[in-house]
Design a protein around this ligand. Structure first.
Ligand SMILES: Cc1cc2nc3c(=O)[nH]c(=O)nc-3n(C[C@H](O)[C@H](O)[C@H](O)COP(=O)(O)O)c2cc1C
Length: 365
């Protein structure tokens, strides 16, 4: 079925150099009012037109993709990852040069220079900071909010969601195990049912993990979500700098190819990461067996053994995204990868998601 738009006769409006966003004041009148009203809390919180965040993806979510998402009316988020404060400073400035629309910055809690990175965000008046990788360390919530930024955190369970909100977090992302990258053990649909009824009235909650089409967006909005966060669906956008080999691997993959990393020895913890299976996945299993044998024979101690496992994937995402090493690198991807079939402009992806969501809601009316 050809792709239709709810916006009117022009399915893919040509954005101005900076982009008009999907829903300018004229377009808004033609938009499905139900969808707009379900997204209102999210768009107000984020300061954008469409309550769809592109979740930070290390190496992928840099200035080009982030600016494209925000210019298209969504909410782009820079992935700071392991960047130094100097690099983040430059990345924020470069993103600002490409868009005047709001965007956020994702910081990892265990970054050794977390507080310097928070300072950099404050210096640039970044409006929204996303903290990923665990509970916010002491003082970080206050430091982020001191300059007026809004703080978004991941809530992997209801008890933690309540604790985060009590500590002053402004919004939550509920991300299930269908997602690409580092994952928890619980499915998106279950987390959404546990957390939305209790928390959606207190703070905006954005649902993430496994979302590839607008019908799912409509469903989570109807359950009380303020919006959604997608990563995999945007990773291969035309504006994404990911290597052509990385994108090709996504186009070929189906949901079942995006598998969580497997731990084979209880003594050697493996942080679960969802990625496309490749030669690196097999080699990682072999490596775990080798290290376990070395541990058994006393050739290495526990600390050294765990370090070897922890460091195995160091630099692997960069190798896949930037260098195009799709065999040895880490092809982090969510189960929605099967719904990614070609390179498309961000504007078209967002328009398609919004059309699907609006049509789903219209069918229920
Ligand atoms: C390639 C890749 C890299 C990612 N890197 C990060 C990251 O650095 N920080 C983070 O908080 N989430 C990261 N994520 C998770 C995304 O921000 C987002 O929450 C997730 O992709 C949503 O699920 P989906 O992939 O099913 O859409 C990454 C995801 C992918 C696919």
């Amino acid at each position: 079925m050809p792709h239709k738009t709810v916006r009117g006769e022009n399915p893919h409006p040509n954005p101005s150099p900076e982009g008009e966003g999907l829903f300018d004041s004229k377009g808004m009148t033609m938009t499905n009012a139900k969808l707009a009203s379900l997204m209102a809390r999210g768009t107000e919180f984020l300061g954008c037109d469409v309550a769809i965040l592109c979740g930070a993806m290390s190496w992928v979510s840099e200035r080009n993709l982030v600016a494209a998402i925000s210019n298209a009316g969504g909410f782009g988020v820079i992935a700071c990852g392991a960047m130094t404060p100097e690099l983040l400073d430059r990345e924020i400035a470069a993103t600002r040069a490409l868009t005047s629309k709001p965007f956020g910055v994702n910081l990892i809690t265990m970054h050794p220079q977390l507080f310097e990175l928070i300072e950099v965000c404050a210096k640039h008046d970044v409006g929204h900071v996303v903290l990923a990788g665990g509970l916010p360390p002491k003082g970080s919530i206050e430091a982020i909010k001191a300059k007026g930024a809004k703080l978004i955190c991941f809530a992997p369970a209801l008890a933690l969601a309540k604790k985060l909100v009590r500590s002053g977090v402004d919004a939550l992302v509920v991300e299930g195990m269908e997602a690409g990258g580092h994952i928890g053990p619980v499915a998106t649909s279950v987390l959404a049912q546990e957390i939305l009824p209790e928390m959606a009235s207190q703070v905006p909650v954005f649902v993430a993990g496994g979302i590839g089409r607008g019908e799912a967006i409509a469903a989570y909005l109807e359950m009380g979500a303020a919006g959604v966060q997608l990563g995999t669906r945007f990773a291969c956008a035309i504006e994404s700098i990911a290597h052509p080999n990385f994108k090709k691997a996504f186009f070929r993959a189906s949901a079942r190819d995006a598998i969580a990393s497997v731990q084979i020895d209880p003594r050697l913890p493996v942080i679960p990461v969802r990625a496309l299976k490749n030669a690196g996945t097999e080699a990682f299993t072999v490596k775990q067996r080798e290290v376990a044998n070395l541990l058994d024979s006393g050739a290495v101690d526990m600390g050294e053994a765990q370090l070897q496992i922890e460091h195995y994937w160091a630099g692997a995402l960069r190798r896949a995204v930037i260098d195009g090493d799709v065999e040895g690198g880490s092809l982090m991807a969510g189960q929605s990868v099967g719904m990614v079939s070609k390179e498309e402009p961000v504007m078209d992806i967002i328009a398609q998601l919004m059309d699907e969501a609006a049509e789903a809601l219209a069918r229920r009316a």
